[in-house]
Design a protein around this ligand. Structure first.
Ligand SMILES: [Fe+2]
Ligand SMILES: [Fe+2]
Length: 490
């Protein structure tokens, strides 16, 4: 009996944990909610109004209109709920994009369904959604867009419907994982080829006519021109994805990797003007990447976020110890803990300004304030106390917010451990290194810095182990190999 109770308790705990959002949901304003609601109403009207145009209008027509209207409306809301569940940090602009694409497809079905293959109508928007919002949202979007057809007269082959679902699902699944524009191009070539062959096998050879007419028109039911049109529309979609990225703040994998390029002007400046900070950043990237891999987070996101987390130090590099290189410490010269605290806070405020100027996506900019959270600037607070300055402790704390996601929390922990690990004796044992890491992480935990990050105890344990692994690697690199004068071979 006790076993059953403990199993039930465990199951209840696991279920409860699965209900906790990984990231704090973004708040959507009333006006945006109203816009989203109106677009959903428009989707429902476009999907169902044709049913009311039949004459004579009878009860069964009205009933099926109500049913279709409700079906489209509920479908749109399910789509919004799923997208928010998959990506709680989705902004209102991005939700508007998802529903607007659904509305656009419903409208184009009315205007073009008789002339253009459904493949070209549904697959390209699925590519945009999977790239920006993730595969699950794209799959739900594809299901809703494929099921609801506003034109009752348009009926297409069951096999074509099946091919449409398969191709759109492949695009949705792969689109969310694609890491470069080149892979996107490959997808836009191979999917139409796949569609061509599957249509040839399932629909028939008689519907295939290669360019034989004088004037080439895209006609529905012509397998070759359908697939060619699909390839062209997909290529155009890829061309427009960067525009969607900047208008709707989408963060695709390709964009993340582009931002992580160390030749980007801001990162180049960091390496030239604040070399110490740049080195610190690279080491943090290694720590954070390893920890994120261990707990199954978004590695590309944290790598890019880590790269930009301290760009604010560019406003006054010499005020940060890693860039001082044995020269005079300006903090000692001014000897004013309050001013020093202001300079430290400024690296967050200025970082956010750099992020705005360089149009960094919000998810990356979040790393700038959240890696410091509301941590206490202990050294300067202590100095203020020594000088008998009567000052509120909060004045010596960063303004926050505390980390709102697992990734920003990992970065905060990596930031805290980096200096300690770097300063550690080369002969220190693994146990000593783990103790140092645990002490730093524990101090952040009891300070409440990890409260909104949803990191579980198990994940924190894994993070400690991964930091230890990175430290072992660093120690290995620092060990000098014995060389002899005569030994010139390697
Ligand atoms: Fe920082
Ligand atoms: Fe840092």
């Amino acid at each position: 009996m006790q076993n059953i109770t403990s199993t039930l308790k465990k199951l209840f705990y696991l279920w409860k944990r699965s209900q906790v959002p990984v990231k704090q949901p973004t708040k959507i304003s009333k006006i945006d909610n109203l816009i989203i609601f109106l677009i959903c109403i428009l989707i429902s009207i476009t999907s169902s109004y044709k049913l009311l145009l039949t004459s004579p209008l009878n009860i069964s027509n009205i009933f099926s209109w109500i049913l279709t209207f409700t079906e489209a409306f509920v479908g749109s809301w399910i789509l919004i709920l799923v997208s928010k569940k998959e990506n709680p940090t989705l902004s209102s602009r991005q939700i508007i994009l998802i529903v607007t694409l659904l509305l656009a497809v419903q409208v184009s079905k009315l205007a073009l369904a008789a002339t253009i293959s459904p493949l070209s109508l549904i697959i390209p928007p699925a590519l945009i959604i999977s790239q920006g919002m993730g595969s699950i949202t794209a799959l739900v979007w594809v299901s809703i867009a494929s099921i609801s057809w506003p034109e009752p007269e348009v009926s297409f082959n069951n096999n074509l419907f099946f091919i449409l679902l398969v191709c759109a699902s492949v695009v949705s699944l792969l689109g969310g994982r694609i890491r470069s524009r080149a892979q996107l191009l490959q997808l836009s070539i191979f999917v139409p080829i796949g569609a061509l062959f599957s249509q040839w096998i399932f629909i028939g050879k008689d519907k295939i006519s290669f360019i034989e007419k004088q004037e080439f028109v895209f006609a529905n039911d012509n397998i070759f021109s359908d697939s060619l049109l699909l390839a062209i529309v997909m290529l155009f979609t890829i061309l427009f994805i960067p525009i969607f990225e900047s208008i709707f703040g989408l963060l695709t994998k390709a964009r993340l990797l582009e931002l992580a390029d160390k030749e980007k002007p801001l990162i180049r400046r960091l390496s030239l003007e604040a070399p110490g900070t740049f080195e610190h950043t690279l080491l943090i990237c290694g720590l954070a990447e390893e920890a994120t891999r261990m707990i199954g987070g978004d590695i590309d996101l944290i790598k890019t976020g880590a790269l930009y987390h301290d760009v604010g130090k560019l406003h006054a590099p010499s005020w940060f110890i890693e860039n001082q290189d044995g020269s005079k410490n300006p903090h000692d010269e001014i000897d004013d803990p309050i001013k020093s605290a202001e300079v430290l806070q400024a690296h967050v405020d200025e970082g956010l300004k750099y992020a705005r100027k360089n149009r960094l996506p919000k998810l990356i900019a979040n790393f700038i304030p959240e890696h410091q959270g509301t941590l206490k600037m202990g050294y300067f607070f202590q100095k203020a106390k020594e000088k008998n300055l009567v000052i509120n402790e909060n004045y010596f704390r960063y303004k926050g917010p505390i980390p709102q996601s697992k990734e920003t929390a990992i970065l905060m922990l990596a930031d805290g451990c980096e200096a300690a690990l770097r300063a550690m004796n080369i002969n220190a044992s693994d146990k000593e290194a783990l103790e140092t890491i645990s002490k730093i992480i524990f101090s952040r935990q009891i300070d409440g810095q990890l409260d909104n990050s949803n990191l579980s105890k198990g994940e924190i344990f894994l993070i400690k182990r991964s930091f230890l692994n990175v430290w072992k690697r660093i120690r290995h690199r620092r060990i000098q190999y014995p060389t002899s004068k005569n030994n010139t071979f390697s």
